[in-house]
Design a binder for this molecule. Structure first.
Ligand SMILES: [Zn+2]
Length: 497
């Protein structure tokens, strides 16, 4: 008996061999199919009878998946035998979700991510510094895969001796960098790239004294190194001067002027009611040859630090909200003019209910807009996006509202972010796909029940309906339970530096 693998047309032999399948394969030169000898058809894990959805090939059919040595070794219409058999009947087997914008980079956050179907969480916006130390802290200790850009914000805070934590609060906020400081920032960013950072992260809105020349020069560094810039742009909202549209024009122009790749983060919370025009600008730039992409989280509120520049004078007009639309994360209370002033002095996280539902739906429905959480849960407090982003898109926008197809949603959560990184991290070509040779980073969920449970009042609630999650062929979630002590997460790091 022969077991037939999923047809992989025109796959060059060398590529298949590189994928490590040499011992198991007999390739029939005239046939696009690949067969394996039965003697080697024993797998570590078999996912049986699942609805396999691969956003690259558009395969959407019931199959058996055989996993061996952390890789997908077979995709078959016929039964396969594995040491561990998982009945996936009625469940979708999708590539593990890749979250390009995940601030929570610790055990607590990785658990919420895994239960939301995320197998790779990347801190691309704020980024990190120093880069080598950040990777070293997580190596061999992480539930899911991790990675980061070198961050303009943390570098600038270090050089300017800002006393803030995650975001600046004084020196990097209030004064211009000296020419010598600008040089030091550039050197540290180059060092971060030398250490394997995945690009350069920017939050220009948080360091508003950063000049346009500084940003342009750093885009030129990214272009020279072949990496992308992941940017929270200079302004949010519609008030001119200082609109989101103007801010988007700045980075599109810098990308065009330097040749650098650009990824614009959380398009809805930046552009608000002008999200449609911002998406047209990005799409138009891409159609004309710029490498520019974007993302959104599926919620109607933002979260950031109240003491940050986002809430500088004029915020009500800019963001189209007022005190009662702000929710203090520690207590859940809505703010007043008085508590706003007090908490801003104290510092802390605040949720801003500023994104209209139709804007959230517009971005969720757009097949080009990646899904990314922007999430951060700290001691069970935070924004629900840190726990529920991916299940929410699948449950609310796909199943309940039918705003987009299930395959498009999966593509926005897996293949598109993998492709965003593939140019600089060739290993990403083995993620975001369900195909033979790909990493066995897989999310198996029930499309009829998958849903987020995290709310603004209770953000630390796991999603439901994400049945099993595998990272490199190792269960991190099994039967909707976290696997204690699993640490299969690997670094996603730039290697061709
Ligand atoms: Zn941001």
């Amino acid at each position: 008996m022969r077991l037939y693998l999923q047809t992989i047309p025109f796959t060059p032999l060398a590529k298949v061999l590189r994928a490590g399948l040499l011992t198991a394969l007999i390739v029939l030169p005239t046939s696009p199919s690949v067969t394996i000898a039965q003697s080697s058809a024993q797998f570590d894990i078999v996912l049986a009878n699942g609805r396999v959805m691969d956003p690259e090939s558009n395969l959407d059919a019931v199959r058996f998946i055989g996993i061996r040595n952390g890789k997908i070794a077979a995709i078959s219409t016929r039964p396969l035998r594995g040491r561990t058999m998982i009945d996936a009947k009625g469940l979708v087997v999708a590539p593990g979700f890749i979250d390009l914008h995940s601030h929570g980079q610790d055990d607590e956050n990785y658990r919420y991510k895994a239960r939301d179907g995320v197998t790779t969480a990347l801190e691309m916006e704020v980024g990190v510094s120093p880069v080598a130390a950040w990777y070293a802290q997580r190596e061999g200790k992480s539930l899911i895969n991790f990675g980061a850009t070198v961050g303009h914000i943390p570098v600038k805070m270090a050089v300017m001796k800002d006393t803030g934590g995650f975001l600046p609060r004084d020196n990097a906020l209030n004064r211009r960098s000296t020419p010598d400081e600008v040089r030091q920032v550039t050197d540290l960013i180059k060092q971060g790239l030398d250490e394997g950072a995945l690009g350069i992260g920017f939050g220009i809105n948080y360091v508003p004294t950063t000049t346009r020349a500084e940003v342009f020069d750093l885009f030129a560094v990214a272009a020279e190194r072949g990496v992308a810039n992941y940017v929270h742009v200079r302004h949010a909202g519609a008030v001119e001067p200082g609109s989101a549209i103007g801010a988007l024009q700045e980075v599109l122009a810098d990308a065009a002027g330097t040749g650098a790749s650009l990824h614009v983060v959380h398009i809805t919370s930046t552009c608000l009611r002008q999200t449609a025009i911002c998406l047209s600008m990005i799409e138009g730039a891409a159609l004309r040859g710029l490498d520019v992409t974007t993302e959104a989280y599926p919620y109607t509120a933002t979260q950031t630090r109240l003491e940050s520049a986002i809430y500088d004078e004029g915020w009500q007009e800019r963001l189209g909200i007022t005190f009662k639309d702000l929710q203090w994360v520690t207590t859940g209370e809505r703010l007043t003019a008085e508590t706003f002033a007090r908490y801003r002095k104290e510092g802390g996280s605040v949720i801003g209910h500023s994104i209209p539902e139709e804007i959230s739906r517009l971005a969720a429905a757009n097949p080009r807009v990646m899904v990314a959480s922007d999430g951060l849960i700290e001691n069970r407090l935070g924004h629900p996006r840190g726990a529920g982003t991916f299940a929410r898109v699948l449950g609310v926008y796909v199943r309940e509202q039918k705003a987009l197809s299930l395959m498009d949603a999966i593509r926005k959560m897996s293949l598109l972010p993998a492709q965003r990184l593939a140019k600089i991290v060739p290993a990403m070509r083995s993620k975001g796909r369900v195909k033979v040779g790909a990493d066995a980073d897989l999310t198996i969920f029930d499309p009829a029940t998958v849903i987020d449970r995290a709310t603004f009042e209770q953000p630390a609630l796991f999603s439901e309906g994400i049945r099993h999650v595998l990272v490199g062929g190792v269960f991190v979630v099994r039967d909707e339970k976290l696997v204690e002590d699993a640490k299969p997460g690997k670094a996603v790091r730039r290697t061709n530096r």
